[in-house]
Design a protein around this ligand. Sequence first.
Ligand code: HQG
Length: 191
Amino acid sequence: MDKKKIKHISKGMSLVLRHKPEHIGITLDEQGWVEVDVLIEAFSKHFFAINRDELTTVVAENDKKRFALSDDGKKIRASQGHSIEIELGYEAKNPPEVLYHGTATKFLATIKVEGLTKQSRHHVHLSSDEKTAQQVGARHGKPVVLRVDAQRMNAQGLAFFQSENGVWLTEYVPVAYLIFPDNYSEVDNEN
Ligand code: HQG
């Protein structure tokens, strides 16, 4: 299957497994799972036809491994990024010393006052490498990468979780744990 088709299916799956299952008439259980057969049928009816092989390929080859199959292969869910209320059940985990958050320069003024807040998702998303953070930030405008003093934050009792696909998650990052780069421009010419 070509990359374009994988991306197309993946986008539809993100929409219904993270944000709007009702869009194709499915419901997710409390941990975000839905039967693979149910998803395939509803997806095919409302979007475009997909089969089990294509779905398996998307799970395996999606660039960020956004989806996970249950051990018996009968259910599927998104590993992170939800806006709907579900309980992913990840265990709290000790983070590396520093984590990175990519954002856009236009958000910096507010972030400097409020810290990082989760917006419409369940968690603030952080990555262990700077390059990924840069790409995440670029989705919103002119990117800027903030460093998060993760171990110190964790030592103060603020929990961290890691999703199945390696994204670090936390409820909130207070300003005190954020390190802003010295040399960036807050002018965002893209908007
Ligand atoms: C910003 C993608 C103003 C925050 C990525 C971000 C990620 C604030 C935006 C995942 C703020 C929210 C999540 C504050 C944070 N004031 N703006 N106090 N605090 N923000 O899309 O982290 O490709 O909800 O910096 O790889 O960009 O979908 O979060 O710019 O892992 O799999 O508010 O989505 O994964 O944007 O991205 P988002 P995100 P997928």
